[in-house]
Design a protein around this ligand. Structure first.
Ligand code: JHZ
Length: 408
C-alpha cells in the first residue's frame, strides 16, 4: 500500500485530532525526470494531527518508505554549514567519551557524518535505504547497508558486526513510523554502556517562526521535549541531556542512555526547564496549532504579493536551492513558472530534473552568473548565511522567505 491513514497516536494509541490541513501535496523530494513530466503526477494528502494525551504532533498520513526513499536525491554534503556541524557533533561525542570505538549511523546518507568518526579511528557502519546514495557511500569507503533501520535489521547487524558503543541519527528519527520498534532496535544494537545521540527539528521553533515548509510526508513526527519524554517512558532509554541547536531553523540534539546505566547523570533540571518553557509556549494545547494556520496565511499574504510586484516591474526571479522544504513552500503558496524562471541547486542528482508540482527546471548553481537574474528567492533559507557569503559577487539581490521575509 502506498499510503495509509493514521488512526491513533504513535506514542500512546489515543485518538488524534486534525489541527492543520495542507491539502494534497506531491512528495517533496521527488524531482521529476524529463520523461515523467507528461505523466499524471501523484499527490498525497498532508495533514497534521495532535494527541491531547501525550502532546505528539504527527502526520495523519503515512506514505510507504519504499515509495519515498528508493530513488532519494537529498545529500547533506553540498552544504559547508552542515559538514561543519557534523564535525562539531563528532568532536563533542569524542570529548564526552574518548573510549567509544564502534558507531552505527542510522539514515547515514552519503556517509558525511561517519567520515568524521572514521578520521577519529572509529569502526563505522551506515544504514540507509536510499540505494544509489548508499552505493556512493560504499564506494567512498563508508560501509553502508542499503536498508530501512528496524529491530530485525538491528539484530542482524549486532550479530554480524558486534555491539555498538554509539548510535547516531541526524534528521531521521522523525521519519520512522514504528517508534517502539526503532528504539528496541537501537537497544539491541547498543552495548550496555553505549549511548544514542540523535537530532530532530524542534517543534517550538517550527511554531514560533511559522516554519510550515518542514511539514512534508517524510516527517512523520514534530517532537517537543514533552512528547519525547512520554515516548521514552515506554522504552529502555532515558534522555540524559538535550541541547538546542540552530540547524534547519532550530533543532534538538538529544542524548540517550539505557535506563539501567547509572553511571551517566541525568540533567533533570534541564529537562524540567524545557518542559515548563514548552507549556508556556502552548505546545501541549491544540489551539496553538489551529492558530498556526493563520500565521502561514499571513506569510503567504506578504511573500506572494512581494514576488508578484517584482514581476510586474519586469524583474527576473530564480529559486535558490531545491530542498524538500522549498517544494512545499512553492506548492502551498502557488509560486510557479509565472513567478520563478527556474531553480538552481548544487546537488548533481537534482540537476536537470523538475520540481514536483510546479515543474520548474533545476539547473547548476553557476547558471546565475550566466543568466544574471535580478533576484534569488532562497528556498534553502536555513543556509542563507553560507549562500549569501558564497555568492558575494552575485550582482542581484537575495530574498529570504523565512524565518522572516528579508531582502539582502
Ligand atoms: P536542506 C532535508 O530537507 C531532507 P531539505 C530530510 N528529510 C530532512 O529531514 C531535512 O533535510 C532536515 C542546496 N544547496 O539541507 C542543497 C545549494 O544548492 O535544507 C540542497 O538541495 N547550494 C532528510 O531538502 C538544498 O540546497 C548551497 O550553497 O529541506 C538544501 O537542502 C547550499 C548550502 C545548499 O534540506
Amino acid at each position: 500500500m502506498e499510503i495509509k491513514t493514521r488512526k491513533k497516536c504513535a506514542i500512546c494509541s489515543s485518538p488524534i485530532t486534525t489541527v492543520l490541513n495542507l491539502g494534497f501535496m506531491p512528495l517533496a523530494n521527488h524531482l521529476l525526470l524529463p520523461s515523467e513530466l507528461a505523466l499524471k503526477e501523484k499527490k498525497y494528502p498532508l495533514t497534521l494531527c495532535f494527541c491531547l494525551r501525550c502532546g505528539l504532533l504527527q502526520l495523519g498520513q503515512i506514505v510507504s518508505p519504499d515509495v519515498m526513499y528508493k530513488d532519494y536525491l537529498y545529500v547533506p554534503s553540498n552544504s559547508k554549514t552542515l559538514l561543519n556541524h557534523f564535525s562539531e557533533l563528532c568532536e563533542e561525542i569524542v570529548k564526552f567519551n574518548p573510549k567509544y570505538k564502534f558507531v552505527v549511523d542510522v539514515g547515514s546518507n552519503d556517509g558525511s557524518l561517519l567520515k568524521f568518526f572514521k578520521k577519529h579511528g572509529f569502526k563505522v557502519l551506515g544504514v540507509d535505504p536510499a540505494q544509489k546514495i548508499a552505493e556512493a557511500a560504499n564506494i567512498s569507503g563508508i560501509k553502508t547497508l542499503p536498508f530501512c533501520f528496524n529491530k530485525l535489521q538491528a539484530k542482524q547487524i549486532s550479530k554480524k558486526f558486534g555491539k555498538a558503543d554509539l548510535v547516531t541519527a541526524t534528521n531521521v528519527f522523525a521519519h520512522i513510523e514504528d517508534l517502539y520498534d526503532l528504539y528496541q532496535g537501537v537497544d539491541l544494537l547498543l552495548a550496555p554502556s553505549g549511548i544514542c545521540v540523535f537530532e530532530v527539528s524542534y517543534l517550538a521553533d517550527m511554531i514560533q517562526n511559522s516554519l510550515f515548509d518542514s511539514i512534508y510526508h517524510e516527517h512523520l513526527y514534530y517532537f517537543s521535549v514533552g512528547s519525547l519524554l512520554k515516548l521514552f517512558e515506554k522504552t529502555n532509554f532515558e534522555i540524559f541531556n538535550i541541547e538546542k541547536i540552530n540547524m534547519h531553523g532550530g533543532s534538538l540534539r538529544v542524548w540517550l542512555k539505557k535506563k539501567n546505566n547509572k553511571k551517566i547523570k541525568v540533567k533533570k533540571d534541564l529537562l524540567k526547564s524545557f518542559f515548563l518553557d514548552e507549556e508556556r509556549k502552548g505546545l501541549y494545547q491544540p489551539s496553538t496549532f489551529f492558530s498556526f494556520s493563520k500565521k502561514i496565511e499571513k506569510l503567504r499574504k506578504k511573500l506572494v504579493p512581494l514576488l508578484l510586484s517584482l514581476r510586474h516591474k519586469k524583474k527576473s526571479i530564480v529559486g535558490f536551492g531545491a530542498p524538500a522544504k522549498g517544494n512545499i513552500l512553492l506548492n502551498y503558496f502557488g509560486i510557479d513558472k509565472k513567478i520563478l524562471d527556474y531553480i538552481v541547486d548544487s546537488t548533481s542528482y537534482k540537476q536537470f530534473r523538475y520540481t514536483p508540482g510546479n515543474h520548474l527546471q533545476v539547473l547548476p548553481e553557476e547558471t546565475i552568473y550566466i543568466e544574471r537574474p535580478d533576484y534569488l528567492l532562497v528556498l534553502a533559507w536555513n543556509f542563507s548565511d553560507e549562500i549569501v557569503k558564497k555568492h558575494k559577487n552575485f550582482k542581484g539581490k537575495f530574498i529570504l522567505p523565512m524565518p522572516k521575509i528579508k531582502i539582502v
